[in-house]
Design a protein around this ligand. Structure first.
Ligand SMILES: Nc1ncnc2c1ncn2[C@@H]1O[C@H](COP(=O)(O)OP(=O)(O)OP(=O)(O)O)[C@@H](O)[C@H]1O
Ligand SMILES: [Mg+2]
Length: 253
């Protein structure tokens, strides 16, 4: 969180006439305005293809970032999966980030999100799976980073290609929007097929260095309303989520 201190020095010169003497009084006032500049970094999880891991990544990234930041998740998907996920948490161990449903804002998501930017370090937007979603387009207008989860098989990769145009359109208005593809549900100990790598080159969106493996723990987390950080010995999953968050923080620095 950046804290900026702005100092104003105000010098007031008073000339007073007292018993025929001219007295100069200088008053120096230092006004410290502490500008608690908590302007949130905004990350959208988007892909018009369904079931690629938008909600899973939103929740896990939020879990990691919440350990040292104030995090808000905006669920703009009518399915409300992020809201359902967080509400599955127990009262003793609530979901670590604040989750709100913003689907009703439709194409005005960017205006709604603006209301929260001074209160959080990160805002994560879980987008719906629809090619013509006004919610996603609106979310990308205000995002610093678009993360696009994709599944590692050629048909799944092709089915995600529509997001490229959506990102390009958003960039015409939001010039600073960065984007990364994130391979999700990769089979452990399997390298990505050369065929898949060749298709990925068509995206013209860089691939994040971190890939997420297919792990049962990610499914269990949704059922328990938690994240991998709530489940004891899950080093491998924790490591990949932390590695992804490190990349995110480096990109947004
Ligand atoms: N790395 C993973 N390992 C195992 N299961 C995963 C992984 N990532 C996601 N899943 C599972 O895949 C399914 C789809 O994931 P998720 O709901 O996050 O996708 P989505 O893109 O948000 O879907 P939708 O488009 O419907 O919103 C879920 O059952 C989830 O638990
Ligand atoms: Mg989802």
């Amino acid at each position: 969180m950046a804290v900026a201190t702005v100092k104003f020095r105000l010098t007031i010169s008073l000339i007073a006439i007292n018993f025929n003497k001219i007295i100069n009084i200088n008053i120096n006032i230092n006004i410290n305005i502490i500008n608690n500049n908590m302007k949130a970094k905004i990350i959208s999880l988007s892909n018009q293809k369904g079931g690629v891991g938008k909600t899973t990544l939103s929740m896990q990234i939020a879990g990691a970032l919440s350990r040292s930041n104030k995090v808000l998740i905006a669920d703009i998907d009518p399915q409300g999966s992020a809201v359902t996920w967080s509400s599955s948490a127990s009262d003793e161990s609530p979901f670590p980030a604040h989750v709100i449903g913003l689907n009703a804002a439709k194409g005005k998501v960017h205006n709604e999100i603006r209301k929260y930017v001074d209160d959080y370090d990160f805002i994560i937007i879980d987008c719906p799976p629809s090619i013509n979603s006004t919610e996603t387009q609106s979310a990308l207008l205000i995002s610093d980073l678009a993360l696009i989860p994709i599944l590692p098989s050629p048909p799944d990769i092709w089915a995600s290609v529509g997001i490229v145009q959506i990102i390009e359109n958003a960039k015409t208005v939001n010039e600073n929007l960065q984007a990364r593809l994130v391979l999700n549900q990769k089979q452990a100990n399997r390298t990505l097929a050369t065929e898949s790598l060749a298709i990925l080159e068509n995206f013209q969106i860089p691939l994040a260095k971190t890939t997420l493996t297919q792990r049962e723990i990610y499914r269990q987390c949704a059922a328990f309303g938690g994240t991998v950080f709530d489940f004891g010995k899950r080093e491998a999953a924790i490591q990949e989520i932390e590695s992804l968050c490190q990349e995110i923080e480096d990109l947004l620095r």
